[in-house]
Design a protein around this ligand. Structure first.
Ligand code: DOR
Ligand code: ZN
Length: 346
């Protein structure tokens, strides 16, 4: 097999930032995907339907001419999110869900939720209005070891919310552990997980090969090899509640290569090819289309795309840098060779 055609994929977790960076990066996602869920962690965050609509308009204006790329918007949950905010979001045609950042857990999460219990009335309204809760699933307790924060979050936060709101549809974003794979696998159709290309391709050793590797630093941080292998199995075995979400999160080179480097890996430039690389490891592409293009729309109750894309098995080398306004962006796997290339995108 040296070419593969599948239904055009969507990116179920993407950071597009804002002008002028938005204009530099949007083209990469629009070249690859039909739709993407747009994360709301701008400064200030996207907190209500008005914020989301004006951000959506800025994204649409930044699209290359002729592009049909569709941004699906999310709101950022804060301690002050009101029931009115939820009802307005439910009335909007472009908002698909609300993002939970435990306060302080990751980049631009300071305005996030400080006490999950206080959000229960909001979750109740979301459950009633069929809005999806997207979760950054890491404990924000500083005393918890950084490599254990996802597992602790499942026990302390996610499972209690699942039990209290069994009909609330939840996406456990960018999972990194076998614990998360097991938890999501054991639940029903109301819980799903996104998996990034980088968590499928690197483990925590890759943060320290020959020295510290800031371009491999993201949150949740990459874990041990046994966890990466569990993610590969989850992605490739075709179970309906796992799907692609890149968490492509650009930071300028000088913000990554710094004494306090930002968390985030930029994968949007070659996201589909990176996922293909991960499936190549398992030597099994039979569920590639399900993971990339079918499971996401099914969970989000959206139509499956009509267009197709084709990838071809032919080696190519990623650029070492990309232009990023007044700085550079280092794409994931910069300067390295990938085995699959996107050759047709209808
Ligand atoms: O690595 C990350 N970068 N993880 C996140 O949760 C946020 C993201 C960002 O916005 O840079
Ligand atoms: Zn993210």
């Amino acid at each position: 097999m040296d070419t593969l055609s599948i239904i055009k994929p969507d990116d179920w977790h993407l950071h597009l930032r804002d002008s002028p960076y938005l204009q530099k990066i949007l083209v990469h996602s629009a070249n690859q995907f039909a739709r993407a869920i747009i994360m709301p962690n701008l400064t200030p965050p996207v907190r209500n339907s008005n914020d989301a609509e004006s951000y959506r308009q800025r994204i649409l204006s930044a699209l290359p001419q002729g592009s049909n790329f569709q941004p699906l918007m999310t709101l950022y949950l804060t301690d002050n999110t009101s029931l009115d905010d939820i009802h307005q979001a439910a009335e909007s045609n472009s908002i698909v869900g609300l993002k939970l950042y435990p306060a302080g857990a990751t980049t631009n999460s300071d305005a996030g939720v400080t006490d999950l219990k206080k959000m229960y009335p909001v979750f109740d309204a979301m459950q009633q209005r069929n809005l999806v809760l997207q979760v950054h699933g890491e404990s924000n307790k500083k005393e918890v070891d950084i490599f254990d924060r996802e597992k602790v979050f499942i026990e302390d936060s996610l499972d209690p919310v699942r039990r209290q709101f069994p009909e609330l549809r939840i996406v456990f974003e960018h999972i990194t552990t076998a614990d998360a794979v097991d938890y999501v696998s054991s639940e029903n159709s109301h819980l799903a997980a996104t998996i990034t290309p980088h968590h499928l391709l690197i483990n925590r050793n890759d943060l320290f090969t020959g020295g510290i590797r800031p371009h491999h630093y993201c949150l949740p941080v990459a874990k041990r090899e046994q966890h990466r292998l569990a993610l590969i199995t989850a992605a490739t075995k075709g179970k309906a509640n796992f799907f692609a979400g890149t968490d492509s999160a650009p930071h300028a080179r000088n913000k990554k290569e710094s004494s306090c480097g930002c968390a985030g890996i930029y994968s949007a430039f070659s996201a589909i090819e990176l996922y293909a690389e991960a499936f190549e490891i398992s030597q099994n592409f039979s569920n590639f289309e399900a993971f990339m293009s079918l499971n996401g729309p099914t969970f989000y109750q959206l139509p499956v795309n009509q267009d197709k894309i084709t990838i071809q098995k032919s080696c190519w080398t990623l650029p070492t840098t990309l232009n990023y306004v007044d700085d550079e962006l280092i794409p994931f796997k910069a300067g390295q060779t990938l085995q699959w290339r996107l050759i047709e995108n209808a």
